[in-house]
Design a protein around this ligand. Structure first.
Ligand code: PXP
Length: 245
């Protein structure tokens, strides 16, 4: 049977555009409806401490009006734990958050923050939420993550995507992701991936056999300006399907 790679669409940047003018459009919920209609498997949003894109009202709307799963990206702090345990999304991906950054610049440092992350995770032990850690493709970080007792890792593909732009070290970055997913799968992890993926660079990632989910946002929302959101998602879906063996 052909492997299936779930596609999560991150719609944060619809909210970025809305917030740029402090208006109530474009509406995040309208984007979410299109994502659902386009055959994507889940909606992903990153609730940031500064609410620079989506906010709690968006979360509530998506959970009430959309039937595909919601994947919530959050930092490992008490405020976000309280919100996540209140809203109970289908899945959570824990990400590092640095107030000055433009986007999530790397994976969580599980080695350095092990005790803190372990404590944060205890808040979710009685809830039916799939938990993932956003990680750089790094063997030592994977080993540390195993001791957290969670079963999913989302690998940060940003370095690969940047290498793709500069046409340097693409193969090197790809190899790190291949080795890491292979190692993680052997330890029993579900492997997801995301960050910086585009029509041009997604195929090599989708073709990695351990990967079962991709989360893609910025490129899709940008491309939607020219080609529409539904067309952009369908095109991404087709490229991924072709790359999957
Ligand atoms: N996965 C995670 C954990 C992220 O933090 C992000 C960015 O918010 C993405 C995927 C999507 O990245 P991009 O917007 O570059 O496609």
């Amino acid at each position: 049977m052909k492997r299936y790679v779930r596609l999560g669409i991150n719609i944060d940047h619809v909210a970025t555009l809305r917030n740029a003018r402090g208006e109530n459009y474009p509406e995040v919920i309208e984007a979410a409806k299109i994502v659902e209609k386009s055959g994507a498997d889940l909606i992903t949003v990153h609730l940031r401490e500064d609410r620079r894109h989506i906010n709690e009202k968006d979360l509530e709307n998506i959970l009430n009006k959309i039937s595909i799963p919601l994947n919530l990206e959050i930092a490992t702090n008490t405020e976000m734990v309280n919100i996540a345990t209140k809203f109970k999304p289908n899945s959570i991906c824990f990400v590092p958050e640095n107030r000055q950054e433009i986007t999530t610049e790397g994976g969580l440092d599980v080695i350095k923050n092990f005790d803190h992350i372990k404590k944060i995770l205890t808040n979710f032990s009685d809830l039916d939420i799939n938990l993932a850690i956003f990680l750089d493709p790094d063997i030592d970080q994977i080993i540390a993550t195993q001791k957290l007792g969670i079963d999913t890792i989302e690998f940060h593909t940003g370095s690969y995507a940047n290498a793709f732009l500069t046409e340097r070290n693409i193969e090197l970055e790809l190899e790190k992701i291949r080795e890491s997913t292979n190692f993680a799968k052997k330890l029993g992890f579900n492997c997801h991936a995301g960050h910086g993926l585009t029509f041009d660079n997604v195929s090599s990632i989708a073709s990695i056999k351990e990967i079962v989910e991709l989360n893609i946002g910025h490129f899709i929302i940008g491309n939607a300006i020219f080609n529409g959101l539904e067309n952009s998602i369908i095109k991404m879906r087709n490229i991924i399907s072709k790359a999957v063996k």
